[in-house]
Design a protein. Sequence first.
Length: 365
Amino acid sequence: MIFETKSTIGTGIYTIPDLAEILNLKYYKVQRLLSEYWDKRFADQLGINYSWSDGKSKAVCFHTLVEFYIFFQLKEIGVSTTNILKAHSELSEMFSTPFPFANSSVINGINCVGKKVLFEVNNEDIINLDSSKQLNLKFIKHFASKLDFDQESLAVRLWPLGKEKSIVVDPNHKFGRPIIKGSNIYPETIYQLYLANEPINFIASSFSITENEVDDAIEFCKKSSLMTTIYIDENFAPQLAKSLNLIQSHLNLKEKIKFQVISIGERFERGAKDEDWIPMAGNKNAVVITQDLRIQTIRHQRDLYNQFGLGVFFISAPSKKGFSFWEMVLQLIKRWPEIKKLTSTSERPFAYRCSSKQNHFNLLD
């Protein structure tokens, strides 16, 4: 069995942000699943890792990208990791490949009956997997329709928006980065011009592509944008949210993981009760920066942010008088890189706290 264990031309190179972007998954979930399951439990089956590292960041090949999506969706419908590992191992032996979840016979043979996942090959039930949830395989089936396969039935290309669109992920071109079909043009190149208010027809003529291809590039970037909302509570000056958002909007042009910063008072009604905005913010996978530790100490509010998967950063003032305006500015600017890093890598719900004198946030129980 050929195993892609390092960066090789034709196999693609995909970092954790790339996986999240292309597969339209949450960054922190990709990071956790890749590290916790793929590089540990899956790797133990074959005695080799499914990713490689340059010491700073991890990367995987195209076939692992495809398999990862199948694994992710099986986990989402409640199939245990142990059962997925068992199925992966048996199917790997059966099809003589370390990437059975990237095999068309396996992907197209996934069906469900009640709370069981069935892998069917040649009209025979090969493997049954129990699930803890009501099954819905529409995501896997839809994903399968976006793949091209080679003569050995392994996935060779992914069309993230579907085959009727022009954006393609091909490990044999541009190291597998998403491009516009028949070109070497990255969608984000088109998207940046669009954000600069350039007309669609001008962009199309400048790159000798069609206006539909411009629209596809814009659609891909909008759907795959790793944009996270950071809310600033009303106990911070509202001007800080606008200023941070302006600064961050420039950083977003260079950074893979993007953020927007909004004042709670601007997004929700001024003086909105915590019980009203916490569910809405949590449902948007957002985080909030606040000085109000009562969100943690009052039980029903703590239960609420846990229930709706909200991330919370508490910054404690040095005294009951609170921060002065410029102390607020200093605190947020000084802690901004750490807030973004923890937001990207921590699974919701979470709560971090630091005092004005501490250098780093501490995770609360």
